[in-house]
Design a protein around this ligand. Structure first.
Ligand code: ACO
Length: 330
């Protein structure tokens, strides 16, 4: 049976660290509040002058290196982001230039924090249909450029980063062999008011007024997002298991979207998945949206924690609301 498998991963994270104590100097917050409510201790911020495509290219190149595939051999680049270099064209085409990927297909997708799972699913479908052989999926966000640094409800949560995975075809011998076992994608547009950037599009084209009113920056109602994240990430995770005849005991690692430690603790409880199966790095990076799963996967693999042959459950929810899960045998 033809599957796709992850041949290599990579990440690009900025050097500059912004701690909770640093933030407490500019907004009414504290290290204790942020740690207790979210699990975040610090996040990375991209230096001025560098862009989304710079970090995405770094992650993409590293994934190619790890897979021992030259970027010129990549057939398709999918970039999941809600914080592109510019509204048009896609970040993926700039990445294509920067990594030297020839004139392959390249496009962006917008599924916020669920973007990497959506990208993985699209790449998997391309490979299974024979459309492309080597698909680079990158999740990248420079959220520091779209966050209101005076709004303590949001600015403490987010960070910058990029993660990537290179997918290739794989002839699996049986259902338990390596590869992307399944993906499940969902969305509910009733969630648009909970998390959005209202300005800068056709609904509210950029004017002096929209900028003065900070309509170009992230707006969020934390409580409904939290509740939907717990409910829908748990449901998508359980669907991934049940549709493949698996139980929580079969899972080696959960590499889930790192939005809030308490969200993941609630998901763990609902699904009967022990917390020690969750790979966690939210304390170091905060919520990097579409980049969080591929950054965590790359870090976990390079640390030697997540290994070839492990059964990994991925799940995420973000603005849209958009959410999904993926079951992957590495
Ligand atoms: N520092 C100190 N106090 C704060 C801060 C802060 N940074 N932010 C909010 N508060 C205050 C609030 O103003 C409120 O004060 P009040 O009671 O006087 O009004 C109080 O703390 C409690 O606020 P709540 O909103 O009830 O706090 P809650 O426990 O819900 O935690 C949080 C807020 C962390 C945002 C939580 O709702 C959350 O994580 N939601 C999910 C949001 C998320 O992850 N979004 C990312 C995108 S989607 C995704 O990735 C899943």
């Amino acid at each position: 049976m033809l599957r796709s498998r992850i041949a290599g991963t990579g990440r690009g994270t900025p050097d500059k660290v912004l701690t909770n104590d640093d933030l407490a100097k500019t907004v009414a917050t504290s290290d204790e509040w942020i740690r207790e409510r979210t699990g975040i201790r610090e996040r990375r911020i991209l230096e001025e002058g560098r862009t989304t495509s710079d970090l995405a290219s770094l992650a993409g190149k590293r994934a190619c290196e790890k897979a021992e595939i030259d970027p010129s051999e990549v057939d398709c680049i999918i970039v999941a982001t809600i914080s592109p270099d510019m509204p048009m064209p896609a970040v993926a085409v700039t990445v294509q230039q920067k990594i030297g990927a020839g004139t392959c297909a390249a496009f962006d997708i917008s599924a916020a924090c669920a973007g990497f799972i959506y990208g993985l699913s699209i790449a998997d479908s391309f490979i299974k249909t024979g459309m492309f052989k080597r698909v680079l999926v990158i999740g990248v966000e420079i959220l520091s450029r779209v966050v209101d640094w005076t709004d303590r409800n949001t600015c403490v949560l987010f960070g910058d980063g990029a993660g990537a995975a290179l997918l290739v075809p794989y002839e699996a011998k049986d259902a338990d062999d390596r590869g992307i076992v399944s993906t499940h994608l969902y969305a509910d547009g009733a969630g648009v008011p909970f998390l959005n950037i209202p300005g800068g599009g056709s609904a509210e084209p950029t004017t002096l007024k929209t900028v003065e009113a900070k309509r170009h920056l992230v707006k969020m109602q934390g409580k409904p997002v939290f509740a939907h994240a717990v409910k829908n990430i748990s449901a998508a995770a359980m669907t991934a298991l049940e549709s493949n005849g698996k139980t929580p005991a079969d899972i080696d690692w959960v590499v889930a979207h790192q939005a809030n430690l308490r969200i993941l603790e609630n998901v763990a409880q609902r699904c009967g998945l022990p917390m020690d199966k969750f790979y966690l790095n939210i304390h170091k990076y905060g919520n990097t949206s579409s980049a969080s799963i591929p950054i965590a996967l790359d870090e976990a693999m390079r640390e030697g924690k997540v290994k070839q042959g492990d059964l990994v459950l991925m799940a995420a929810l973000g603005a849209g609301l958009s959410w999904g899960s993926a079951l992957v045998r590495l």
